[in-house]
Design a protein around this ligand. Sequence first.
Ligand code: NDP
Ligand code: MG
Length: 379
Amino acid sequence: MKKIAILGSTGSIGTQTLDVVDITKEYEVCALSAHSNVMLMENQIRKYNPRVVSMTDEKAAADLKVRVADTSVKVLSGIDGVCECASLEEVETVVTAIVGIAGLKPTMSAINSGKRIALANKETLVTAGSIVMSEASKRNVEIIPVDSEHSAIFQSISNQREFLNKIIITASGGPFFGKSADELSDVTPEMALKHPNWNMGAKITIDSATLVNKGLEIIEAMHLFGISVDKIQPVVHRESIIHSMVEFCDGSVIAQMGVPDMKLPISYALSYPERTVPVSKPLDLVSVSKLTFYDIDNEAFPSVGLAKKAAVAGGVMCAVYNGANEAAVELFLNQRCKFNEITTLIQKAMEKCPKVINPTLNDIFMADSYAREIVKECC
Ligand code: NDP
Ligand code: MG
């Protein structure tokens, strides 16, 4: 039994990771963390019997302690508690499934403790990719992607990184594919929360509707695979069957395919370099029948171009892109800004934020706060 910790166990990726644990019966859950969902955490403690859990919300942690007083679990709180879960001695692999930049510190703790990382929290690499990758390499820590596109790229490259010419990253196009900027002006949170192919947490579902998610993923791929952004081509692929492709120097293109089910990349990130029993329905290409591909509409969805600009600018600019987006998505979900304003607010924050070369983690957190302030002021 491989020993794992799941950070963000009550979320979409967290619960699907526990589904993979149930199906494969190959993992022992040693630690879990969540923010405030006490009821689900209690159920998970009773089912998986972890040694340690942590709730970042202090009140939730206090409530949980009372509820599970009859068990032997140790309940921690705050971000320090999550970092402790990430660095427990017995844990081999840490699944990072917290949403947002809140995942950065615990992921660094896991890396500093030499754990293998099954990385779902893309904001970690987006905000602090250079620092994270260099710390991981210093400690020989493997970062195995959970994000379906990056898992596909990782699998397609296999051991041929030296021959890699280009990455073709696929995008479902989200619920508003084909719409013009004008048609997007009255989009409500309810409309944006309906994704055609994937069932995910609220923040990433909005990111998929604005295509910010593809912007974040381009930056994530740049760091994970050490490739410049001009060699990463986003392509809309409505069916979400090809999860991404790589082109090698001889012109050969390798794609990874599968039904759109996150259990597949989660399972691979846990079992790599081996594979497990099936964790999902088989792919029936005859019933899919047709695979389609389109260019990104950069006019209706300027977020991808902005992400590329941030990646080229380097320094703290990607942290600004991410922080502004996190703040703007929250405003949109609370109906305090319009759908199209999410990208405008990101752009404003990028224009206003001072440049920092070779940032430290502290600079990154400062840039994140600054970007959030700008978004609040501008809205
Ligand atoms: P969810 O919103 O469904 O879950 C987020 C998890 O993080 C929950 O366990 C939540 O706890 C916890 N959490 C929320 N805020 C904090 C905080 N401030 N500190 C600590 N923990 C917190 O998100 P998803 O599972 O959809 O996404 C998780 C990550 O994986 C994101 O980075 C996303 O981009 C990435 N990802 C997700 C995919 C998907 O299919 N869902 C696909 C690819 C990548 P609580 O429930 O108590 O609030
Ligand atoms: Mg993805």
